[in-house]
Design a protein around this ligand. Structure first.
Ligand code: TXA
Ligand code: MG
Length: 327
């Protein structure tokens, strides 16, 4: 059974210099702070503090086998804990700071929490680009373990309000800097014999990664390499029906592009002009909004699979998958 975390009032504060300094102090004291990144809001804890990391798992209701991403300010901060291969170096050169997570072998000398990487011999590391995340890492002076700041299995948060709805009273402070610019999580790359493997499609496209590191291998079938990639994830309450052309009675519509079936039911358009970056930025907020309208089914128009569409369709398929039994 999950232990119930202590209840406390959560403060939501604009991410000013003073609040960032306070957030840094709280993190160093082992407390939990949510903060914006360029992808989604993260639920942060000191990655050096086993107890603080344990409370992240408790606050999210996250299964302990699903490891967290450790956020660092600079590449050298990651090099203190993991071993970079030449492809990983080239990818970090190209995309850090940014929406790329690298899963690399943990160094024997690393002081990172073992729970953060769920006992695996690898650690996922990322240097975020968002100015608030960067300021927080610099002032705190410690690596920050941070999963997306939502309850396990639900839709990732792209605003401070989403975090508060999911996690209120389960953390001390939410730093609010408005909506996350990219809106979809980082791309997660692992390595097999130094060859890059796509563990999770995300905000940096396959094409951009392959330009630097060559063709991406798929994770071996039946081998859950990113343990968070369970089929049912990002799940709204409503059922999702994908690739629709026509609406059925009572369905809400998540549209894409200029040609939208007319409807008197709730409707959100990911991007009326058919732009995939705009669609990624809107995806989680619109899924939440349609879900809150109380419909039983959300019909989703087809989103092309190229570029950022790969990550968008990955999240939509997971949101549509039948629920697993609670862990
Ligand atoms: O954009 C993002 O990546 C956001 C922001 C906050 O940085 N974070 C995020 O974290 O999406 P989370 O915990 O929701 O997703 C992390 C993913 C999971 O699928 C997890 O299984 C995978 O990364 N992961 C973490 N450590 C891993 C490891 N050592 N080996 C394989 N996969 C790992
Ligand atoms: Mg997540």
């Amino acid at each position: 059974m999950e232990t119930i975390p202590p209840q406390r009032a959560t403060r939501i504060e604009a991410a000013t210099e003073g609040r960032i300094a306070e957030a840094a102090r709280l993190l160093r004291e082992g407390r939990l702070v949510a903060f914006p990144t360029e992808t989604v809001y993260g639920l942060g804890a000191s990655a050096l503090d086993e107890t603080a990391v344990a409370s992240v798992f408790a606050a999210k209701g996250r299964p302990k086998f699903n490891p967290l991403i450790v956020h660092v300010s600079e590449r050298r901060d990651a090099e203190a804990h993991v071993a970079f291969n030449p492809n990983a170096q080239a990818l970090a050169d190209a995309f850090w700071p940014g929406a790329l997570t690298l899963v690399l072998p943990r160094l024997g000398s690393s002081s990172l929490s073992l729970l953060a990487s769920a006992g695996l011999d690898t650690v996922a590391v990322r240097s975020p680009r968002h100015p608030v995340a960067r300021a927080l890492l610099e002032v705190a002076g410690i690596p920050i373990a941070a999963p997306s700041a939502n309850r396990a299995g639900s839709v990732s948060p792209t605003t401070a309000d989403h975090v508060a709805r999911d996690l209120y009273s389960r953390l001390d402070l939410i730093l609010d800097a408005g909506p996350c610019p990219l809106g979809i999580e980082s791309t997660v790359i692992g390595f097999e014999a130094d060859r890059p493997v796509l563990l999770r499609p995300g905000a940096i496209t396959r094409e951009a990664i392959e330009d630097i590191a060559g063709p991406l291998a798929e994770p071996a079938e039946g081998d859950v390499k990113a343990p968070g990639m369970l089929a049912s994830h990002y799940a709204p309450r409503a059922r999702l029906r994908l690739d629709v052309h026509e609406l059925r009675a009572g369905e809400a519509l998540l549209a894409f592009g200029p040609n939208v079936p007319s409807s008197s039911n709730p409707i959100c358009n990911l991007s009326p002009r058919g732009d995939l970056a705009e669609a990624a930025a809107n995806l989680f907020a619109m899924l939440r909004q349609l879900d809150q309208s109380g419909v039983t089914t959300i019909a989703v128009m087809r989103v092309p699979d190229r570029g950022l569409g790969e990550a968008i369709n990955d999240r939509l398929r997971r949101a549509a998958a039948p629920r697993e039994a609670a862990p």
